[in-house]
Design a protein around this ligand. Structure first.
Ligand code: NOJ
Length: 407
């Protein structure tokens, strides 16, 4: 049996826009309904998790899992600039309370891609006031929930666009384009990321400044949450002749961001696959190699590799905040997760300070521009009735959690 440390967090993750439903004040909602939208379908009612969270948390706890990563939605909490909804804040406090009642440790994300429409309309992250706006929001959330939340993350995958630019998935020009795309009816910008039109194509400096100010705001509130951000850590590997490019990409898409975490309490690692970098950029997955619904190579070794990278460069404890695969084959999900956890156990055995593993995702949910066809969930959701069906992979992960190791 592979052992994990006492108190290890075993759980699953979601993001508000992907599961709550009816997120009408967000830039994403707007982008989904814009003329020429590149979203396969709108998010609509999503999984109705906004109302069904008690049932979902009960399922999670009954499986034997002890942690839940979810997000609070800025566009609900501050639907107009400067108006903070007490009702929305209370809602999220109830969610945190519902976790604690069930023995679940809440891990709360403040920004998971979606932003309020007013924020996007004002230029989003490229507006000079963005960092202060975000920090003010973070401070309000911390004031309302901080006493009950042990783990808080400011941004989800702030490095994602940077990485996509550097590995050649989006044109280099995208990096410096103005933000706040959501109010544009031009469909072009929506092609630039897998989550749609309106989210940041910012530099590490812009996001690190917003992060730092938000951390300060959170730390001056009640409680003592561990604060960090969670990064998209694709396992980047050099192919023949690609070493120089790989080094440059790795630096600007991963290492520059990991170094920001040195002043944090932890770093969130989010890993799904590897990408191989040739002299001209990312190489296609070779013929015959198994891929997921998202077209990514099935490569569970990525988790161990990137956790080691994160620990080495961030030099703070690691929390795996996402890992998983989009597949209709639940046995394949178990096989992937088992292999990934084997790699993670190897990290622990080598002394890497890993605090938990949160699978993506608790529910089959809205996979951004791909809509509902990509099924990452441990629990299926009927698209008409919202009925939940626990998959065997969820029960398997629950067993691993109860044993605190692979049997
Ligand atoms: C990372 C993102 O945080 C999440 O929103 C997304 O659904 C998963 N990756 C899968 O693509």
């Amino acid at each position: 049996m592979s052992q994990f440390p006492d108190g290890f967090l075993w759980g699953a993750a979601t993001a508000p826009h992907q599961v709550e439903g009816g997120n009408v004040n967000s830039d994403m909602w707007h982008a989904e309904w814009a003329k020429g939208s590149h979203f396969a379908e709108p998010s609509g009612d999503a999984c109705d998790h906004y109302h069904r969270y008690p049932e979902d948390m009960t399922l999670l706890a009954d499986l034997g899992l002890n942690a839940y990563r979810f997000g609070v939605e800025w566009s609900r909490i501050e639907p107009e600039e400067g108006f903070f909804s007490r009702a929305a804040l209370d809602h999220y406090r109830r969610m945190v309370g519902a976790c604690l009642e069930r023995g679940i440790t809440p891990v709360v994300t403040l920004s998971h891609f979606s932003t309020p429409r007013w924020f996007a309309a004002a230029g989003g992250w490229s507006n000079d006031a963005a960092a202060d706006r975000f920090a003010r929001y973070a401070g309000r959330v911390a004031a309302h929930l901080g006493d009950l939340v042990p783990w808080m993350s400011t941004f989800n995958e702030p490095n994602l666009v940077s990485m996509m630019v550097h590995i050649g998935l989006v044109p280099a020009a995208a990096r410096d384009e103005p933000l706040g795309r959501s109010n544009s009816t031009d469909p072009e910008p929506a092609r630039q990321s897998d989550s749609g039109a309106a989210w940041p194509s910012h530099s590490v400096d812009v996001m690190a400044t917003a992060h730092r100010k938000a951390v300060e705001a959170i730390k001056s509130g009640p409680g003592d949450p561990a604060v960090g951000w969670t990064l998209a850590l694709v396992d980047l590997q050099p192919a023949d002749g690609g070493e120089q490019r790989w080094r440059a990409v790795r630096q600007s898409a991963l290492l520059d961001w990991l170094e920001v975490s040195r002043d944090d309490d932890f770093v969130g690692v989010q890993t799904y696959t590897r990408e191989r970098i040739g002299p001209d950029g990312i190489l296609p997955v070779p013929e015959g190699v198994a891929t997921t619904q998202t077209g990514w190579e099935v490569y569970p070794e990525a988790l161990g590799h990137t956790v080691r990278l994160a620990a080495e460069h961030a030099r703070v404890p690691v929390l795996v905040t996402e890992n998983g695969m989009a597949t209709a084959d639940d046995d394949a999900r178990v096989a992937y997760t088992c292999a990934a956890l084997g790699g993670l156990a190897g990290c622990v055995a080598d002394g890497v300070d890993v605090r938990g593993y949160l699978h993506w995702s608790l529910l089959d949910n809205f996979e951004w521009t791909s809509g509902y066809q990509m099924t990452f969930g441990l629990i299926a959701v009927d698209r008409t009735t919202f009925e939940r069906t626990v998959k065997p992979s969820a029960r398997w992960l629950g067993k691993v959690a109860r044993a605190n190791g692979l049997t």
